[in-house]
Design a protein around this ligand. Structure first.
Ligand code: FME
Ligand code: ZN
Ligand code: ZN
Length: 398
């Protein structure tokens, strides 16, 4: 597909590229005014603002549709990029290169452009549509959505259903996420006898840590094999773990009294959490005295949003996709997004970034999105929003 010259660029693409160039971002209030939307800013922690843009529905007794996106992006290694990651360069084929092109500034602008189109065409829908722009998803959402869902301003939105981010799909299909794995960040600390490193000391911190590392990496191998050997399993359906930090030691010839290893576990939603924690504890105990673990993060509330017609939101969502001839691949999100906070307070939610035929480049060098895929995404939301915002009254609405 060839790209049009700059003078012919679709205004939605131009807006997307402008947004990609902003390094520290909040949607501007005048943009809300331009679209004729209500705008509310909620400072959930000092310096951390959640912006809410609102298009009121015609029936205020109904619960609302929440369209969430995060404005922050992950760091870049500029030397590995073909183009400046904050320039939103568009190549001759139409690929737009920028940090955030997939994750997830595309979605923020697609929501806004779909709402703009629908308003320009004079539509109104029964349910209110809220767009939330949150500041810190990439570092866990602890100063953003995690706090926001506990606030009265969130409850006042009366969200009945939410959309948040997904991941690109290189095939013709679109991935949609109905649940997430739970992040458990575990630090194992091993203590033992110090001494001169020329000696065969017994009970050293390193030997015991080594045992735990072996147990955990053997578990990793087992889960990996389970995933590899079953074509029906997707990455999000098994538990993953990586050893991400090793700390300890002061000198070559001093046996340290303490060493630690840090692990990033992503626990599948069907795992028995209590039994899994006991397993971790028993690996530590089996390694010897003085081996303990602590959690830097331990998500305990995985929720599954049903993907069958018992869920009227899924019925509306999947019906539109069917009508548009889009193939959906429902999966469990391997990583953690702000959707876990939304689901945990009882709001059904799907993770969806409408990017098919697109390599998965979130957090990667040369993150990019084709303008045609981006514009198709605006079309998709332009069909999804009327359907979702017109879901008839539900028992949960009253
Ligand atoms: C677990 S808190 C960090 C959240 C982060 N989200 C996106 O990459 C992730 O590592 O999944
Ligand atoms: Zn993201
Ligand atoms: Zn991300």
């Amino acid at each position: 597909m060839t790209s049009k010259g700059p003078e012919e660029e679709h205004p939605s693409v131009t807006l997307f590229r402008q947004y990609l160039r902003i390094r520290t971002v909040q949607p501007k209030p005048d943009y809300a005014r331009q679209l004729g939307l209500g705008c509310q800013k909620v400072e959930v922690a000092p310096g951390y603002v959640v912006t809410v843009l609102t298009w009121p529905g015609t029936n205020p007794t109904l619960s609302s549709i929440l369209l969430n996106s995060h404005t922050d992006v992950v760091p870049v290694f500029k030397e590995h990029w073909s183009h400046d990651p904050f320039e939103a360069f568009k190549d001759s084929e139409g690929y737009i290169y920028a940090r955030g092109a997939q994750d997830m500034k595309c979605v923020s602008i697609q929501y806004l452009e779909a709402v703009r189109r629908l308003k320009v065409e004079g539509h109104r829908f029964p349910r209110t549509i809220h767009m939330t722009f949150v500041p810190d998803e990439e570092v866990g959402g602890h100063q953003g959505m995690e706090l926001f869902v506990q606030r009265p301003e969130f409850h006042a939105l009366r969200a009945g259903f939410a959309l948040d981010e997904g991941i690109a799909n290189p095939t013709d299909a679109f991935t949609v996420f109905y649940s997430e794995r739970s992040p458990w960040w575990v630090r194992v600390t091993s203590t033992g006898r110090p001494g001169h490193a020329s000696r065969f000391m017994e009970d050293t911190a390193a030997e015991k840590l080594h045992k735990v590392v072996n147990s955990i990496l053997a578990f990793r191998e087992k889960e990996w094999q389970r995933l590899q050997s079953n074509p029906h399993l997707k990455e999000g359906s098994v538990t993953s773990v990586n050893l991400t930090k090793l700390e300890g030691g002061v000198a070559y010839n001093v046996i340290p009294a303490t060493m630690s290893a840090s692990f990033d576990f992503r626990v599948a939603p069907d795992v028995d959490f209590k039994a899994f924690e006991e397993q971790l504890q028993s690996w530590c105990q089996a390694a010897g005295e003085g081996v303990t673990l602590e959690f830097a993060q331990k998500w305990m509330h995985p929720q599954v949003t049903p993907t069958d017609d018992s869920n009227p939101w899924w019925a509306a969502f999947s019906r539109v996709c069917k009508d548009m001839n889009l193939t959906l691949e429902p999966e469990i999100m391997p990583a953690a997004t702000d959707n876990r906070y939304i689901r945990a307070v009882g709001v059904p939610a799907l993770g969806f970034s409408p990017m098919n035929r697109t390599p998965v480049l979130l957090h990667d060098h040369d993150e990019r999105l084709h303008e045609a895929v981006f514009l198709r995404g605006v079309d998709i939301y332009t069909r999804l929003l009327p359907a979702l915002a017109s879901v008839p009254a539900l028992p949960s609405d009253s």
